[in-house]
Design a binder for this molecule. Sequence first.
Ligand SMILES: Nc1ncnc2c1ncn2[C@@H]1O[C@H](COP(=O)(O)OP(=O)(O)O)[C@@H](O)[C@H]1O
Ligand SMILES: [Mg+2]
Length: 248
Amino acid sequence: MSLLSVQNVSKSYDDTPILKNVSLDINKGEVITIIGQSGSGKTTLLRCLNLLAEPDSGHIYFLYDDLTDSTTDINKMRQQMGMVFQSFNLFSNLSVIENCMLALTEVLKMDKKQAEERAVKYLTKVGMQNFIHKSPHTLSGGQQQRVAIARALCMEPQLMLFDEPTSALDPLLVDEVLNVIKDLAKEGMTMVIVTHEMSFAYEISNRIILMDEGEIVEEGSPEQIFKTSQNPKTRNFIGNFLKKQIKL
Ligand SMILES: Nc1ncnc2c1ncn2[C@@H]1O[C@H](COP(=O)(O)OP(=O)(O)O)[C@@H](O)[C@H]1O
Ligand SMILES: [Mg+2]
């Protein structure tokens, strides 16, 4: 069975259907990117995966447990699913290393020394080892996002979810974050990434999912989505993107 299986998930807000019968399987080691216009339901889908948003119907199986079953320990499952948001959401009153240690000591009940070692390990992985005692507000957006990634990695999750991790960044800072994510992909981390960075999606994905109006329009290899798709919606989305590129 796949690591995560989304089966016929639907979700409405105020009677407006936002996700319509979405099904999706994610295998261990896969990198999946979700692309699609703003408002197509990408964030809502990601939030349903770790139950930050509750599906109205359907099932989500993760590590064999049904997340939509009220007896499943959601907090325990969330520890296995790291999430990185567009806005880095670091705690501004804590230093870089304290941000990374917090859940280790408070949730995993690690002792301080062990937590510190683990935090340093993952801050080193994202190239932030020289900033561990800094306050988040003294860092650039790219640096803050790398700390947010390290903080999620500290929990040693089975799955990482990224929601437009570079959208809030100055264009010059995008690559340092994408490179960290590329390194994780090389190491075999299972990831679901919502992004508008199309070359990145093309390069990194095992599978790309195109969403439109709450539905999965098409899923396939980067070649299929970008080059050989016969689906008019896919061709239209990719075509519009390419046009924008040429204007630059
Ligand atoms: N908490 C919410 N309450 C009401 N409407 C919401 C909520 N979250 C998202 N929506 C609506 O759902 C639609 C899809 O949003 P979203 O999942 O954020 O799309 P995307 O991430 O693809 O831009 C949008 O029309 C948005 O306004
Ligand atoms: Mg979104």
